[in-house]
Design a protein around this ligand. Structure first.
Ligand code: NAD
Length: 538
């Protein structure tokens, strides 16, 4: 699918925003093929700050298409001064929004969902173009936002506090859930739409305002989403600063993390940055929700159905070119099935080689890595694995291509110890380590020995294995699947995970509780004060 030719790594590498500031004469937005960008309200140069008005005063960057490293359009980024305007606007809007009854807030979220539906394909294709995931995944990501809007709309009529019995006569305890205030969302490049969507829908129905700082390499998706929300808010006479946006780099993220006016910081990104953000928010006693790195495993038991294992592994290990937080990075196979599984997975990988290419083309199954920095990390990780005694069973190569895109071959590595440093680390690329085990307890120990605790899956037919796996001595991850891969969580379930994944829950049946504070009110409807009995006043 890819035309082979010019070397991929010809261009130099630098930091996220800096790498976007490449000189360029022609922007993709001007090509008819990308007409959907203008339908989303994007232009050649886009203001990257929204506080009720679109106005930014920071450096101009270019968002780049990972399939050819050509600029899509330009963005005027935000500064810390722009951030100040945006947080003030969000705070002011929240004061009004908190008084709107929850079901009416739900109605606005329903309209946001409908607005997204009307632009599902365009927005999905923008996600593909800017992030590099294939079009069905781009559209699927927008669909996740639509789904959480539906979920939140229903929830706006049903989320509630309890009435709790009191041990004192004539007393009752009432639990009320109030909004936090402003929710700051700092998001990662690999889910440029859905992560904000999960936060946005739940934070809005519970009465909060939002301030979004997207990844510096996916600003156009954030601008397009915010434009759609702006339309809905305007049509309903709601102050549009309710959903503010500041595109920019770590300085904006830092301003947000340290700002006492931001009641909850919802951070999705690497463990490295999450560790800093988490401590900063904690230092000011703010609330923090961390959705960080994963190092996810599939365990293949001796009784597993291999016709399920093979496609599931391929889907979860090479989908989104290994750039999902829930990507399968370790395949832990029972010794009796090891050779067969390895051979079948290698054969499956080989079938996909001709389908690596432009994510917007219908035949493509594997798109590029998001950045050239990602390609370098892929190369460095494979080199490290080889030095540690690993064997590349498949892949291991950067693909030269005439398009100049960030294409790599999905890679399978064997021969490493399960606790090799390179395996214990998350590398955001399609590299799968295949490991062997003899008892399920051993496999669970291998699953749990990494620092991350995001997603995990066991393929088995045995009921005792299933209950061990999901019980106290089973997987220590937030997602503990059986006979489905590590990717593909559903709204009713929970994302997030334990240990260095941060413990946050952005989307799931009880996630709304992250966006509220509990007020417990004890009401005395008697004429007695039992607590003060015995105290006599003259
Ligand atoms: P990253 O940590 O580099 O960046 C995430 C965000 O943090 C960006 O918006 C970035 O600009 C901002 N940022 C960077 N430095 C900052 C600082 N000092 N203070 C405040 N903000 C700062 O992550 P990334 O490379 O964009 O995303 C990939 C990572 O995200 C992977 O580790 C992946 O596993 C993780 N991720 C986790 C989940 C989940 O649900 N657990 C979902 C998606 C991605």
């Amino acid at each position: 699918m890819l035309a082979r030719g010019a070397s991929l790594l010809a261009s130099s590498l630098s930091s996220p925003v800096a790498s976007l500031r490449m000189a360029s004469s022609s922007l993709l937005i001007n090509e008819p093929k990308y007409g959907f960008l203008r339908e989303l309200g994007l232009t050649e140069k886009n203001q990257g700050v929204f506080d009720g008005a679109w106005k930014a005063s920071g450096p101009v960057s270019q968002s780049v298409n990972p399939a050819n490293n050509r600029p899509i359009a330009e963005i005027v980024n935000g500064t810390v001064a722009d951030y100040e305007r945006a947080i003030s606007a969000a705070k002011a809007a929240q004061s009004m929004w908190a008084d709107v009854p929850a079901p009416r807030r739900g109605e606005i979220v329903r309209q946001i969902g409908d607005k997204l539906r009307s632009q599902l394909k365009n927005l999905g294709h923008l996600v593909s173009l800017e992030m590099g995931k294939i079009a069905p995944e781009g559209v699927g990501e927008v669909q996740e936002y639509v789904d959480i809007c539906d979920f939140a709309t229903g929830l706006s009529r049903t989320y509630n506090g309890q009435i709790i019995q009191s041990e004192r006569p004539g007393h009752m305890l009432l639990e009320n859930w109030n909004p936090l205030g402003v929710v700051g969302v700092i998001s990662a490049f690999n889910f440029p739409c859905a992560v904000y969507g999960w936060n946005n829908a739940l934070a809005l129905i519970t009465g909060n305002a939002l301030l979004w700082k997207p990844a510096p390499s996916t600003p156009l998706t954030a601008i397009a989403v915010t434009r759609l929300i702006e339309d809905v808010l305007k049509a309903n006479d709601i102050p549009t600063g309710l959903c503010s946006l500041v595109c920019g780099d770590a300085d904006v993220g830092q301003a947000l993390s340290k700002d006492k006016r931001v009641n909850l910081v919802s951070f999705t990104g690497s463990t490295e940055v999450g560790r800093i953000v988490g401590q900063q928010v904690q230092a000011r006693f703010g609330k923090v929700l961390l959705e960080l790195g994963g190092n996810n495993a599939i365990i293949v038991a001796d009784d597993a159905d291999l016709d399920m294992v093979v496609p599931a592994t391929v889907f979860a290990a090479v989908g989104t070119a290994g750039q999902r937080c829930t990507t399968t990075r370790r395949l832990i196979v029972h010794e009796s099935k090891y050779e067969e599984v390895l051979e079948r997975i290698k054969r499956a990988y080989a079938q996909f080689e001709s389908r690596i290419g432009d994510p917007l083309e219908a035949n493509t199954i594997i798109g590029p890595l998001h950045s050239m920095e990602g390609v370098l990390k892929y190369k460095a990780t494979i080199a490290e694995a080889l030095v540690a005694g690993g064997k590349v069973e498949y892949g291991g190569k950067v693909l030269d291509n005439a398009d100049g895109g960030n294409y790599v071959l999905p890679t399978i590595i064997t021969g490493l110890k399960h606790d090799a440093d390179v395996i214990l680390r998350e590398t955001f690329a399609p590299i799968l380590y295949v490991l062997k085990f003899s008892t399920l307890d051993e496999a669970i120990a291998i699953n749990n020995e990494v620092a991350q605790g995001l997603s995990s899956s066991l393929f088995t037919q045995r009921i005792d294995n299933v209950f061990k796996w999901m019980g106290p001595k089973g997987s220590d991850c937030g997602i503990v699947n059986v006979n489905i891969p590590t990717s593909g969580a559903e709204i009713g379930g929970a994302f997030g995970g334990e240990k260095e994944t941060g413990g946050g829950r952005e989307s799931g049946s009880d996630s709304w509780k992250q966006y509220v504070r509990r007020s417990t009110c004890t009401i005395n409807f008697s004429k007695q004060l039992p607590l003060a009995q015995g105290i006599k006043f003259e």
